[in-house]
Design a protein around this ligand. Structure first.
Ligand code: BGC
Length: 748
């Protein structure tokens, strides 16, 4: 007995000792940074003049089976586990995981960096990068050019951090606002998601970084992501949950795509032949490579190979030599399949490793002034003014008392701390932003966390302007990590079994009790108040919205967020953000959502299509947001040059009829008159963001491809366009009263 105890003690001690040694070593392993570009010295011609397709074929022919398999996973477990332990757990630094390096054949590796709001993997000399507002905020800007610029910066900083594969953009659909990772995506609408996804991919690949849209597919619940099985009919799949993936693949042409953790119709996404081969490659013509989501991405290597999955991340597990060799010996897979998967990866990634770089990606690029300016501009353009009873903008006056109140008032709060986290050198909090604005003005700016309600009320009574900051942090929503076993148990029990982790799905859409209490109490004693909401998705405001004159959604607004907030509240910048989702009046009207479940059905309707079709009350519509200017949208007409049979062109005039410079988002929707099938009342099909000086008028051109009016015919298994009348609407929100209808339906 004593001997067994001693043995146990010895094993544990050795284990701990080894982990410490490995961790120390791993810190250095990560510091050894490999070149990601091919070695120019080996060639007589310029790298970018080399035909990488033929080179890939040649390299493949020179590889042993082991070497081929080495192209099919991130790293060996014994290398990457200590790296994670040493860097990530002990130093909160995400390591460089090098995939596919082959020293013998001089093939450089590729390295992933997450990056939904800024590069995540840093190098030994760099401890921070430019941190932008979260993707949901950027979607609220409805400005795809900005999204392109954001990704140009993110990918430049990735290159300077010696990484060349961006695990972004996330283009999963926001089906329910409670989804924990809502902040990482672009909202509820497939059209908006697609347009933003394309902009992101193009911005990333401009700097020869491979883009990897994720998570393919149907990953819209967090707490049970490793165990949930999503059932869906073909129309909902093709028309609602996949069109943005298709568009991003076909128009953005990303190098890669990341499979999701969840099952789709009974099969894990990473080994789902229908998703990875039938739809992605055969139907859409995807030419890049598929990598798994990290850990728990696949459970059966042979099935994944047969499904068309190229690379297992982050380490070799199911794609082990033994499993693959046995699969070949047992005739469950053949060598051609391995060759084809490896060749696809090589052809795709060597293009990047042999590409021409027009700039030098050195460390000086990181956090340069133009990057920081962009972070501020994006934050400004993304904020959505939800309610304003003539109170905003606040006046910048001398000798007044301004209060910035709430737990979040002075908190550095840039969102999720999971894979979308990004380290910035500083974060301007709401309080600091307001303080900066009043820097040289003799005005008192008070900070109060609201923890002592009596004191806060006393202060509120004497304030001239109140900015009350409410909402969430990474503890309330975000990526959720618990053991798979616990996820499974919770899913089976339909409630959390065990200890609540950080982040995850929101089980209530309301603000926390303290925030609601503060809003009620302060608004009773002082009506010069704006409630600023920080978060990643819709909230339920029913309990308090009528008590306050102004509400602004500021989201997780990045490193420059506080400065942007001050500019908006004090009118230095005119708000121009629009909601990328619908806010329901009653929470029960959103689609069924349960964070703890192992089975769910995703229906055809969600978001505005659901609220409109079933006549459900909404609090605020998709595409809605106020401005300090007023605009007149008028003269909606067919364009004179409608010569292309496959495209319908419309024009519309917009005039700024106020005295304030501003920006407006004009949205075009299409409706289906007398359709013989079940269709939404209308769908977004184009949008334009335009800036206008006071009195200025502009004409906007909208183009709608006829293919974009089609529906997926489940019986014929193809997209079809009905010969019916199509109605077209334009306006500055999806709400019917704010839309102008083109005078008559158009026959197609
Ligand atoms: C997330 C991915 C992420 C990956 C690597 C996973 O847990 O779901 O979005 O890219 O980790 O950090």
């Amino acid at each position: 007995m004593k001997a067994t105890k001693f043995l146990k003690f010895l094993v544990i001690t050795i284990f701990v000792f080894l982990i410490i040694i490995f961790s120390v070593v791993s810190y250095n392993i990560d510091y050894k940074m490999y070149d990601l570009k091919a070695d120019q010295n080996l060639y007589s011609q310029n790298l970018w003049e080399i035909n990488t397709d033929s080179l890939s074929e040649k390299l493949l022919s020179m590889m042993t089976l082991e070497e081929k398999i080495d192209q099919m996973y991130g790293e060996k477990m014994y290398k990457s586990i200590p790296k994670f332990f040493g860097n990530f757990i002990l130093k909160q630094k995400f390591p460089h995981i090098y995939a596919g390096r082959n020293k013998r054949l001089n093939i450089p590796p590729w390295v992933l960096s997450d990056g939904p709001r800024g590069a995540r993997v840093l190098n030994k000399n760099i401890s921070s990068v430019t941190t932008f507002p979260v993707a949901m905020a950027r979607a609220a800007s409805w400005n795809t050019l900005l999204e392109y610029k954001v990704h140009d910066v993110i990918s430049k900083e990735m290159r300077a951090n010696k990484t060349n594969y961006a695990a972004t953009p996330c283009i999963n659909l926001l089906r329910h606002p409670g989804w924990g990772r809502a902040q990482e995506t672009y909202g509820e609408d497939p059209w908006l998601l697609g347009e933003f996804g394309i902009a992101a991919v193009k911005g990333i690949e401009k700097n020869n970084v491979m883009a990897c849209p994720k998570h393919f597919a149907l990953n819209s619940i967090e707490n049970s992501r490793w165990v949930i099985d999503v059932s869906i009919n073909e129309r909902a799949l093709r028309e609602v949950y996949l069109p943005h993936f298709k568009k991003v693949i076909q128009k953005g042409k990303p190098a890669s795509i990341m499979s999701a953790y969840n099952k789709v119709r009974g099969k894990y996404s990473g080994s789902n032949h229908e998703l990875l081969t039938k739809i992605l490659r055969n139907d859409w013509g995807f030419k890049g490579f598929v990598s798994t989501d990290w850990m728990y991405g696949i459970y059966d290597g042979i099935e994944a190979i047969n499904a068309g999955l190229n690379v297992e991340m982050p380490w070799q597990d199911e794609y082990s030599y033994n499993i693959i060799k046995k699969g070949i010996n047992d005739n469950h897979i053949n060598l051609n399949q391995i060759d084809s998967l490896v060749l696809t990866t090589l052809k795709t990634r060597l293009k990047f490793a042999y590409s021409y770089d027009s700039i030098k990606y050195d460390e000086k690029l990181i956090l340069n002034a133009s990057h920081i300016d962009l972070a501020r501009t994006v934050a400004e353009e993304s904020m959505v003014l939800i309610k304003n009873e003539d109170i905003l903008p606040f006046e910048i006056s001398k000798n007044i008392k301004v209060g910035v109140i709430g737990d979040l008032a002075n908190l550095e709060n840039t969102g999720d701390m999971g894979s979308s986290n990004s380290s910035s050198p500083y974060v301007i909090t709401p309080f600091q932003g307001i303080k900066n604005l009043f820097d040289n003005i003799n005005t008192d700016v008070f900070l109060d966390d609201g923890n002592n309600l009596d004191e806060t009320i006393k202060l509120a009574k004497k304030l001239d302007q109140i900015i009350l900051v409410v909402g969430y942090t990474y503890e309330d929503e975000g990526e959720y990590v618990m053991s798979r076993g616990q996820m499974l148990k919770s899913a089976e029990a339909k409630e959390l079994v065990g200890i609540k982790g950080i982040g995850g799905d929101r089980e209530s859409l309301k603000l926390n009790k303290k925030d609601e209490k503060l809003i009620k109490a302060i608004s009773k004693v002082n009506k010069n108040i704006v409630v600023v909401y920080v978060g990643g998705s819709a909230i339920n405001m029913n309990n308090w919205i009528d008590d306050v004159p102004a509400v602004l959604f500021s989201w997780y607004s990045g490193m420059e967020g506080g400065n942007a907030l001050a500019s908006i509240i004090y009118g230095l910048v005119n708000p121009s953000g629009k909601l990328p989702f619908t806010i329901a009046k009653n929470d029960s009207d959103y689609p069924y959502f349960n964070p703890y479940t192992d089975k769910i059905n995703y229906g055809y309707y969600h978001g505005y299509t659901l609220f409109e079709k079933f006549n459900k009350k909404i609090a605020y519509p998709f595409g809605y947001g106020l401005s300090y200017s007023s605009f007149k949208i008028d003269n909606f007409r067919l364009s004179e040059d409608n010569t292309d049979k496959n495209i319908i062109k419309f024009k519309v005039d917009i005039k700024n009829i106020s005295k304030v410079y501003g920006k407006e988002v004009v949205q075009l929707y299409v409706g289906f008159e007398n359709s013989q099938i079940d269709r939404p009342l209308k769908l977004l099909r184009d949008f334009k963001k335009v800036s206008l000086n006071p009195g200025e008028e502009k004409t906007l051109l909208f183009k709608i491809e006829k293919n974009d009016l089609s529906y997926y015919n489940e019986i014929e298994k193809k997209w079809m366009t009905e010969n019916i009348k199509y109605n077209f609407y334009v306006g500055n929100s999806s709400e019917n009263n704010s839309l102008i209808k083109y005078k008559e339906g158009i026959d197609i």
